[in-house]
Design a binder for this molecule. Structure first.
Ligand SMILES: NC(=O)c1ccc[n+]([C@@H]2O[C@H](COP(=O)([O-])OP(=O)(O)OC[C@H]3O[C@@H](n4cnc5c(N)ncnc54)[C@H](OP(=O)(O)O)[C@@H]3O)[C@@H](O)[C@H]2O)c1
Length: 505
């Protein structure tokens, strides 16, 4: 198999891309076919022999991967061949296959895409543990986040905001701070131009901050500590600057403050139950669209040294990802995807004339199981995607920057927001169904939503729909469940599927 190998400790330029033997597993391990791997700060340290874990050379760096289990040890019961997983392997991940201790691999739902999968565990796991378990952040508290556009920093910005914090993001450039703003930061400080302490005084009207989240260390630590309010908490997350600060204890005494260490790796091993709960909460947040990692760039496997170089040079905003192999969403003959494809084929054959009309609620009740046919095609163009980005303030470059997309994304096209596809369902349904004699038709909810295939700029999409279920309520209203599947022209997998729940009075 192919791998990026560290044959002698040094900078990324000394790594080599070569063929190595396929690894073998023991009874408590699994072998993973790597689809995507994340680039994290420890990858930069481990190749220089500066990290707390020191593998013997030769080895492949890459401590966080997403992929598919292809072999399983005989003592492993909670995983199976074919499972989609994310895994913390320590090293070995910048390779086509990696061996992982089974308790360091975690199953993920099918509808989390491979980039998100590789980009989530380490950054969000660390920041969620830091803010929730160690910092115990409360709504309305002010938090200063240093290195706020880095991997863990940007995750902390998003999560602190979701937890009700008032976020001051601090970073070294205005470009980085602009991304922090998009992710929800309330205030920003460019510490390469502004005095950190003075800016915090101004923002907090001299009160100081309740929490500091510090993955950088070095010269920023002391002014940050001095900016804490009475009984504030200082979260020590890392030392990306390369300098472990020595802080004056008298400041802690005078402020009655706490200096709290955060070691997520140890936490996952020593408190596995709480760690799994955190992971489940994070997966839920991803599925609900509450958090979304900023992907800086997708590199090929042989470009992994360049990805580490970009991280060291402080170019990466959010996360750099290595695409190790191509893998579509997991499918098996009984999966929902397969059933949806079958429904699409059936709908096409029936050639239903639109709109499908219903005279009243009884008519609808009798139509359960009936197809509503297929809408007209709609082209998703850049104007629609940009309008949606402006309306939702979700202006990530993957959606709106076609120049950057042409250079950095695998197909060279920008990608529509999943929520744009989702919101187009109502527009399609309006074309497809007509109900007479009803007072109101309310969109009440969505069941089993899955974003399966990204819609790229220029794609043509259309909707297939059928009435899955109808329930008469005690108040006379009708709850209608419409099964929807959004097709992308020329692609076998749908963009989006869900069951739309409507209330009809
Ligand atoms: N405690 C834990 O459990 C835990 C878990 C994960 C990570 N960490 C640690 O947290 C730190 C950040 O990790 P990360 O993955 O977020 O890294 P990252 O994506 O590279 O972000 C680090 C940020 O630090 C800032 N920085 C300042 N001086 C730097 C320098 N000399 N070299 C590189 N960056 C510098 C940069 O922001 P500006 O350019 O804006 O200053 C950069 O964006 C690392 O030390 C890592 O080991 C700890």
């Amino acid at each position: 198999m192919k791998a990026v190998i560290c044959e002698q400790f040094g900078l990324p330029e000394s790594l080599v891309f070569k063929e190595i033997p396929t690894p073998t597993i023991t009874s408590k391990q699994v072998l993973i076919k790597v689809v995507t791997a994340a680039v994290n700060f420890p990858d930069a340290l481990i190749i220089q022999n500066k990290y707390q874990f020191k593998p013997t050379i030769p080895f492949s760096p890459g401590g966080e991967v997403a992929g598919i289990i292809i072999e399983i040890g005989q003592d492993v019961n909670h995983l199976a061949k074919g499972d989609r997983v994310v895994a913390l392997c320590g090293w070995g991940g910048f390779a086509e296959q990696v061996v992982v201790e089974a308790n360091r691999a975690f199953k993920i739902p099918n509808n989390i895409n491979w980039y998100t999968a590789a980009a989530t565990l380490y950054n969000y796991g660390t920041s969620y543990h830091a803010l929730k378990d160690r910092g115990q952040i409360q709504p309305g508290q002010t938090i200063l986040i240093l290195g706020a556009a880095g991997g863990v920093g940007l995750a902390a910005v998003e999560l602190a905001k979701k937890m009700g914090g008032i976020v001051i993001a601090a970073a070294s450039s205005n470009e980085k701070l602009a991304i922090c703003k998009l992710k929800g930061a309330d205030y920003t400080i460019n510490y390469s131009q502004e005095d950190l302490r003075e800016s915090i005084k101004k923002i907090t009207s001299d009160k100081g901050v309740d929490l500091v989240y510090d993955p950088v260390g070095g010269a920023l630590a002391e002014p940050a500590l001095r900016s804490l309010t009475w009984k504030g908490r200082y979260l020590i997350v890392g030392f990306a600057s390369g300098t472990i600060p020595s802080l004056p204890f008298n400041v802690a005494l005078l402020k009655g403050c706490s200096i709290i260490g955060v070691f997520w790796g140890a936490f996952t091993e020593k408190e596995p139950a709480l760690s799994m709960q955190n992971l489940a909460s994070l997966i839920q947040m991803i599925l609900q669209g509450d958090i979304q990692q900023e992907i800086y760039k997708v590199y090929t496997l042989n470009q992994a040294p360049q990805a580490i170089r970009d991280l060291i040079d402080r170019k990466v905003i959010g996360k750099a990802i290595i695409q190790v192999s191509e893998e579509k969403d997991a499918t098996n003959p009984t999966s929902i995807d397969h059933k949806i494809e079958k429904t699409i084929q059936e709908n096409l054959l029936t050639n239903i004339k639109l709109p499908v009309s219903f005279l009243n609620k009884t008519d609808l009740l009798q139509a359960v199981g009936r197809s509503l046919g297929t809408s007209n095609w709609l082209i998703v163009n850049q104007t629609m995607i940009t309008d949606f980005a402006n309306a939702t303030l979700d202006k990530q470059w993957v959606h709106i920057d076609s120049e950057k997309a042409s250079l950095l994304l695998p197909d060279g096209k920008t990608i529509a927001h999943g929520y744009l596809s989702m919101s187009l369902v109502s527009q399609f349904l309006y074309q497809m169904i007509h109900i007479e004699g009803v007072n109101s038709f309310l969109n009440y909810g969505i069941n089993k939503a899955r974003f399966i295939n990204p819609v790229q700029c220029g794609d043509e999409i259309r909707l297939h729909a059928s009435i899955a279920q109808a329930e008469l309520q005690e108040n006379g209203a009708l709850k209608l469940f419409i099964q929807c599947s959004m097709e992308i022209k020329g692609k076998s997998k749908p963009a989006y599927v869900s069951e739309i729940i409507s209330l009809i009075f």
